[in-house]
Design a protein. Structure first.
Length: 550
């Protein structure tokens, strides 16, 4: 391959002409990437590493992706070239001459019109990655957004889908640049997206909505101007047949609540009713977004609370029901019925807690453009499922936690009969394998104990007498349950009430003092230090800090 820099410098108009032998060699290498032979794969990897050092390699990949046909090389080879180019765009793109960068971006724009979705997707990713690597990218390519907008007017459906997919990725990654661009492209894009939310094609409706969801947090003037039109267009999508679209309806309402609550206040009861219904959606991702709404809503203060209060009797039972483990979650939990005390500790298992916290901080991403409407590329531990996945169970427990903190007086009379049902279940069936409403009783008991832990911050004072007389003895009983998940959640919940437990040791002198709750709890926890399930043992450490203040 020749030196790209010298070629670019010697030509005022960049006209890349690939060498035929080089093209054949790269095509043969791309073909070998599909080999099942590990040795071949290793050789290909090493050869690609060498080629990646040559700046002209990116141009060859762009040529194969966009300027060859399926009949010449096959769709898979073109797609492979695009994937490698996407990676190189992040690492070497800015070191290429400007005309070479233009060649890659223009080729990728051309490939957005390809009949194959995978080609359109990888081409979109190349374009958006190129934009990310530039300062003021829309000054660098001032006609890019206009070109994409023109593609959305095409009569061919897959061309429209490809352009909207690319725009959705740009809105995900580069809205800040769009907002500050002197041409103000969002003034035209936002009403354009709103219009296409009503398109007959579900993919285009979805991608238009996703684009707007990614724009909302930037509080653009064009979004404020078109907000009523957006809400009007959003209404029919609440019952869209595609669950991913319904998910993004929830996400849009969450973002609008976070950033435009004052404008939404007149219709907030309609939004609450929609979110209550969304909590029963058949798709878990829709339910997850609906769960998030309550946490966001509670950040809006007294005006929000006054509206929400009358819906709490309907909301709380739904959230509590969602705190029960699903069958899928149980399958993913290694702790249940697994004795692992004999397994050597990993470094992260025995690291100091502040080290774990530091290691876990950072990262968290936002939504995304999806893939043209189909499949996509606190220091507290909310119970047992702390294996890195944020679940409906955790989201529901978090919502109940926050609600009990901001509205304890309203929550208490609603929760009390639900708590009494839980007391009764533990007393009658703690060690039985019966079912209630097609759920094993032990799972319901486990979720009830999680509920006790979740409301500890907001309701501990109101529950003090009940905890001392009834709940602590039941929790201590459950700490000896046959099922590790019950033992684990019971110990976790006890640690959430350690201040109250220590308070009884100092303030119940006439009623027995430390012998009432503190000593029985300490004895049970010491006994559980020998539990054969590490998870059960691990919560003991949280009991120590409050003890030191007695």
């Amino acid at each position: 391959m020749t030196s790209l820099t010298s070629q670019s410098n010697n030509n005022t108009t960049f006209n890349f002409q690939p060498n035929e032998n080089d093209i054949k060699g790269i095509l043969a290498l791309l073909e070998q990437t599909q080999s099942p032979d590990n040795n071949v794969q290793r050789q290909v990897f090493n050869q690609l590493k060498v080629l990646e050092q040559n700046k002209e390699f990116s141009l060859y990949l762009s040529f194969i992706l966009s300027c060859t046909t399926d009949g010449q090389v096959g769709m898979v080879i073109r797609w492979q070239a695009g994937n490698i180019l996407k990676k190189l765009t992040r690492t070497v793109f800015t070191s290429l001459p400007g005309q070479a960068q233009d060649y890659i971006v223009n080729n990728s724009l051309q490939s957005l019109c390809d009949q194959h979705r995978n080609i359109r997707r990888v081409s979109s990713s190349i374009i958006t990655t190129a934009l990310e690597e530039q300062n003021e990218p829309f000054r660098r390519w001032p006609n890019l957004i206009k070109t994409l907008a023109n593609y959305t007017l095409n009569d061919t459906l897959h061309v429209v889908q490809g352009s909207f997919y690319c725009l959705s990725l740009i809105c995900e990654d580069s809205t800040r640049d769009l907002k500050h661009d002197p041409q103000k492209p969002l003034d035209q894009l936002i009403p354009h997206f709103i219009k296409y939310m009503g398109h007959t094609d579900g993919t285009i409706r979805q991608l238009s909505l996703i684009s707007l969801v990614n724009i909302i947090p930037y509080q653009c003037e064009a979004m404020d101007i078109n907000l009523q039109e957006f809400l009007t267009a959003l209404s029919p999508l609440t019952t869209d047949a595609n669950s991913k679209t319904r998910k993004y309806v929830c996400k849009a309402l969450c973002e609008l609540t976070r950033f435009n609550f004052n404008i939404l206040i007149e219709m907030i009861e309609q939004i609450i009713t929609f979110m209550l219904n969304a909590m029963s959606d058949e798709d878990d991702e829709v339910v997850m977004e609906a769960c998030e709404f309550w946490t966001i809503y509670c950040e809006e203060g007294d005006e929000a609370y006054s509206v929400l209060d009358k819906y709490l009797p309907q909301l709380l039972p739904i959230l509590i029901n969602k705190m029960t483990y699903s069958d899928e979650e149980l399958m993913d939990l290694p702790v249940d019925n697994v004795a692992d005390a004999h397994v050597a500790d990993r470094t992260e298992d025995i690291a100091p807690q502040h080290m774990k916290k530091n290691n876990e901080e950072g990262g968290g991403g936002g939504g995304g453009g999806g893939d043209e409407g189909e499949d996509d590329d606190d220091d507290e531990n909310n119970g047992n499922d702390d294996f890195g996945t944020y679940t409906i169970r955790k989201a529901s427990a978090g919502a109940v936690d926050l609600l009990s903190t901001v509205r304890p007086d309203v929550m208490f009379p609603i929760l009390l009969p639900l708590l009494e049902q839980g007391f009764s279940l533990i007393q009658q069936h703690a060690n039985h394998d019966v079912e209630v409403n097609d759920k094993p009783i032990w799972l319901i008991i486990e979720s009830f104990i999680l509920l006790l832990g979740a409301i500890s911050d907001g309701m501990a004072k109101k529950l003090k007498n009940t905890m001392i007389s009834t709940l602590f003895p039941l929790l201590l009983k459950c700490c000896k349950h046959d099922r590790p998940l019950i033992r684990s959640i019971s110990v976790w919940t006890l640690t959430k009430y350690t201040r109250l437990i220590c308070w009884t040791a100092k303030n119940l002198q006439n009623g027995g003092g430390p012998t009432v709750i503190f000593e029985p709890t300490l004895l049970v926890l010491l006994e559980l230090m020998q539990d054969q399930v590490k998870k059960v043992c691990s919560f003991f450490i949280y009991f120590f800090p409050p003890i030191s203040h007695i």
